[in-house]
Design a protein around this ligand. Sequence first.
Ligand SMILES: [Zn+2]
Length: 295
Amino acid sequence: MLVTMKELLKDAMEEGYAVCASNVWYEWSTQAALDAAEESGSPLILNYNYMPNVYRFMDYAKRWAEKVSVPVAINHDHGATFEEAMHCIHAGFTSVMADRSDLPFEENIRQVTEIVKAAHACGVTVEGELGHVGEADQEDNLNTALYTDPDQAAEYVDRTGVDCLAVAIGTAHGKYNKGIVPKIDFDRLRAIEEKVSIPLVLHGGSGGGDENLGKAAKTHICKINVFTDLHDAAKDAMIEAGFEGKYLPEIDDIAYFAYKDKLKYYLNLFGSAGKAKKYREIAPLEEGTERSVLK
Ligand SMILES: [Zn+2]
């Protein structure tokens, strides 16, 4: 069922788990993400940021999200302009991220407040970002100057009215350099939690380390974004299987199962598996069985 992100995150905060925002692109990855959630009895956020195809994406994503029995929000990831946010709301997204974290504090507030006003009028959830979650290959995760300031976070939330806030506490987007597991600043996270009462979001979940992510999921971090690990699971499985002598539908299937398995792993790690039953009394399936409504 299609829900707003606000509903999902409220429950996650109350019960101490995190909802995975899994990035999807074409149809097969959307199918794999929804099937992983359905088979795990887990809420899910479909994360999408490929702007030119937003209406085509929503044409199938919305219908499929309505069809599964678990609650699903559809979020526009890292929206950059007011127009993008309005397109996404018009197309039916149930939440939009307005990322102005590279702008000065006052300008970030000004631009995001404008989007919050329009989005809330349409019943759409808004995610802001303060501090800046940078790129793992640039080692931005080590740059504490980019981290979220707890006092500023309180002021930001109060003035913008955002529903949830992405924080910079030691993770970064993409792939960490080989052998590096980021160090999450849990003391800073606790300080932010003391000042900010809305759900918090962790970007750059891929390669974040199971111990870190499992621990973060029990805090007010209620949404964890995962892109690279799902992408790489699919890509690596395709490369391992080889292309020689195969039809593309076979290759699609290999990618689909690898993406789905990896996401199910994270749904368990984040503690959201089985939590959809609150919405519709759905028990997780026995290991090894499937309940795909889409394939
Ligand atoms: Zn991000």
